[in-house]
Design a binder for this molecule. Structure first.
Ligand code: PEP
Ligand code: MG
Length: 345
């Protein structure tokens, strides 16, 4: 309702950092915010100097920092901020931007553009992850009392196989234009992972039969975002090329606290020992199978947790483009060995 409250010629401060709008601020408030703006610009200038440098800890451990994106347009910000790849492309936004299902051709174009723009940097595209409450009417997802515990993510794709195959076909066709990695969301059983991989194999056979090209080096990984997946990560690691930990969902499912419910927001805490132990378990199990682990939930951009993730041995962090340089700065100040010795979870 902001537009009814703000009148012509009103003065407005828009602070994207705290997410607030101040209408007709007093002189005192204006001075405070101008000071804040100055400090912000200084911080950004300092961070910009880190472009082109590596995210290496003081004792020589390299952590890759990639970007989370939700659209083709977001790639510009990722490149501008020096992303070493796309760690999470939330492909569902392609489905949410329209009142009909995106065609194979439309999806192919979007994936191809992202891959081409990222050149030799890897691009991890997550297959469709929607829920009933995300408002995609044409998918006709039934209304559910608990959409977060219901028909979502890979569960929908393994049920609506044709829909899933369209996306897989588009992804495989685009794979020749860059370094594609495909990632499945909301995995909670080994069976789901095997079924999803089988569908990729089926589509590969169909494309090969039609002499349509696709890359022969596409890595297939999964999101670890259910406690079940974290607990069986030793088994899942044998069938995956990489893991990416979705701390947003992992936190809500582990603590049993709805990530969208402001009433219980005080309980939502990724640094809860229960969540951290699952993350550590996942990293250990992945490394036993010699696969890499990324963290791509919001916690990956939380500089109060970076030292813990580094101590646990995380290989990659995937964050919104605006946080890349800040996380790089943080990593450059960390001594991984000292953090490992301190870690007690
Ligand atoms: C997550 O759950 O942490 C995640 C990255 O996926 P999304 O936020 O899209 O559910
Ligand atoms: Mg998630």
């Amino acid at each position: 309702n902001l537009l009814t409250e703000i009148k012509d010629k009103d003065e407005v401060i828009l602070d994207g950092e705290c997410g607030c709008v101040l209408i007709n601020p007093s002189d005192n408030i204006k001075t405070q915010w101008l000071e804040k703006q100055k400090k912000y610009k200084e911080r950004v200038e300092k961070l910009n100097k880190l472009k082109g440098t590596k995210s290496i800890t003081q004792d020589g451990l390299t952590i890759q920092i990639k970007a989370n994106i939700g659209s083709v347009e977001d790639v510009e910000g990722a490149i501008r901020n020096d992303a070493e790849g796309i760690g999470l492309f939330r492909s569902e936004f392609l489905y949410m931007d329209s009142n009909r299902m995106p065609t194979e051709e439309e999806q192919f174009k979007a994936y191809k553009t992202v891959l081409e723009k990222m050149k030799d940097r890897p691009v991890t595209i997550r297959t469709l992850d929607v829920r009933g409450d995300k408002g995609i009417a044409y998918l006709q997802i039934p209304k559910e009392d608990n959409p977060f515990l219901g028909y979502r993510g890979i569960r929908i794709c393994l049920d609506k196989i044709e829909l899933f195959k369209i996306q897989i076909r588009a992804l495989l066709r685009a794979s020749v234009y860059g370094r594609l990695r495909i990632m499945f969301p909301m995995i909670s059983t080994l069976d789901e992972l095997k079924k999803a991989k089988n569908i990729i194999e089926e589509v590969k056979e169909e494309l090969a039969y039609k002499k349509i090209l696709f890359s022969d080096d596409i890595k297939i990984g999964i999101m670890i975002e259910t406690p079940a997946a974290a607990m069986i990560s030793d088994i899942l690691a044998k069938e995956s090329d990489f893991f990416s930990i979705g701390t947003n969902d992992l936190t809500q499912y582990t603590i049993a606290v709805d990530r969208m419910n402001v009433t219980v927001a005080n309980l939502y805490d990724t640094s809860h020992l229960g969540v951290l132990r699952l993350i550590q378990n996942t990293i250990k199990n992945a490394h036993k199978e010699k696969i890499k682990v990324s963290i791509c939930g919001e916690a990956a951009a939380d500089i109060t947790l970076t030292n813990i993730f580094v101590a646990m041995g995380v290989d990659e962090l995937s964050v919104n483009a605006g946080s890349i340089l800040e996380i790089r700065q943080c990593i450059q100040g960390i001594n991984a060995k000292a953090e490992r010795e301190k870690l007690s979870i």
